[in-house]
Design a protein around this ligand. Structure first.
Ligand code: 5GP
Length: 114
């Protein structure tokens, strides 16, 4: 089922896009939890982590990590470090069922997470 992120991909609703390639889109989270908070998504609809098939999606996931590294570098947080998060399902705190990687940085992250 399509989510709000499909609407962002299709430019039906606005987003602050920081990176785009043929298969991947990245934009600023509307409710940032850190000075840098970017969502990196595949353009294809994969609802959540448990829908990932390693062999089928390996290249796409690689592209998402490449995008994260490029964005972190472009935004000047690569050297100090950052956090990448995939929330999965109810207990994982997933709100939008279109796979997304959170890129969080610009401050020291806490551990354990809440
Ligand atoms: P989740 O909790 O599913 O891992 O993360 C979903 C994220 O999407 C949340 O951090 C939330 O703030 C963000 N989000 C939800 N709706 C929108 C939207 O319309 N635009 C943007 N840019 N971010 C959104």
């Amino acid at each position: 089922m399509s989510t709000i992120f499909s609407k962002i991909i299709n430019r039906e609703i606005p987003a602050d896009i920081v990176y785009e390639s043929e298969n991947v889109l990245a934009f600023k989270d509307i409710r940032p939890q850190a000075p840098v908070h970017i969502l990196i998504i595949p353009k294809t609809e994969i609802p959540k982590v448990t829908d990932i098939k390693g062999k089928e999606h390996a290249e796409l996931l690689g592209e998402m990590f490449d995008a994260a590294n490029k964005i972190a570098s472009d935004l000047g947080i690569a050297e100090d470090g950052f956090r990448l998060v995939f929330n999965c399902g109810n207990n994982g705190g997933q709100e939008v069922y279109h796979l997304h990687m959170h890129l969080l940085g610009g401050r020291k992250m806490n551990w354990p997470p809440g």
